[in-house]
Design a protein around this ligand. Structure first.
Ligand SMILES: [Mg+2]
Length: 193
């Protein structure tokens, strides 16, 4: 798909994964306290840019650490509010955040690649149109989630080596900031021509 189609307007929604996209992923572990949460480079700037472009920004994140008993819902909520406060301080905005506490082996529809969190977001924000939405994530389950809902998908990370079309994203950027910069360039181009 051409980069020219990366032209978004306020009737578009951006869905974002959290760990590995917004903050540093803890391999084999979970962000249980704010001290474990580290924004990836350029993410706060990227979120400020997205806030100026998209109508809605929604986080959808699997957090099976809760299902495993490694953290509580209260701990997750505390990290979520701190994260949002930092994003707001930096000039960005998050409209909603949805977390799935379910274990991977339970294959609950609310856990990505299931579509439950997307359906809930649309129930809360009926103006969301999946055909005018983008999902940015660093896992194949993020891409599968987006594709099942008819959402445009962006893989965040070094070259996605995926052959399976159900988990192969339409676009691939090294970071959320790279994605934001590209959109900005195209938005400028689009207003000039
Ligand atoms: Mg992730």
């Amino acid at each position: 798909m051409s980069l020219k189609s990366l032209c978004f307007t306020k009737d578009w929604t951006l869905f974002l994964d959290r760990d590995g996209v917004i903050n540093k992923r803890i391999p084999g572990g979970y962000v249980t306290h704010w001290e474990d949460f580290e924004f990836l480079e350029g993410v706060l700037e990227a979120l400020k840019i997205f806030t100026g472009i998209f109508g809605r920004i929604i986080i959808v994140s699997n957090q099976q650490g809760i299902g495993k008993g490694l953290m509580t819902v209260e701990q997750l909520k505390a990290v979520d509010s701190k994260m949002k406060a930092e994003i707001i301080l930096a000039g960005g905005w998050i409209d909603g955040s949805y977390y799935s506490p379910h274990l991977e082996e339970d294959a609950h529809p609310d856990r990505k690649p299931g579509t439950g969190m997307g359906i809930k977001a649309k129930a809360d924000f009926p103006e969301i149109e999946f055909s005018k939405s983008v999902m940015a994530g660093d896992s194949s389950s993020d891409i599968a989630f987006g594709k099942k809902l008819g959402i445009l998908t962006v893989f965040i990370g070094e070259n996605q080596t995926e052959e399976d079309q159900s988990t192969k994203a339409e676009y691939n950027f090294g970071s959320l900031f790279d994605f934001a910069k590209t959109i900005t360039q195209h938005s400028t181009l689009n207003t000039q021509h």
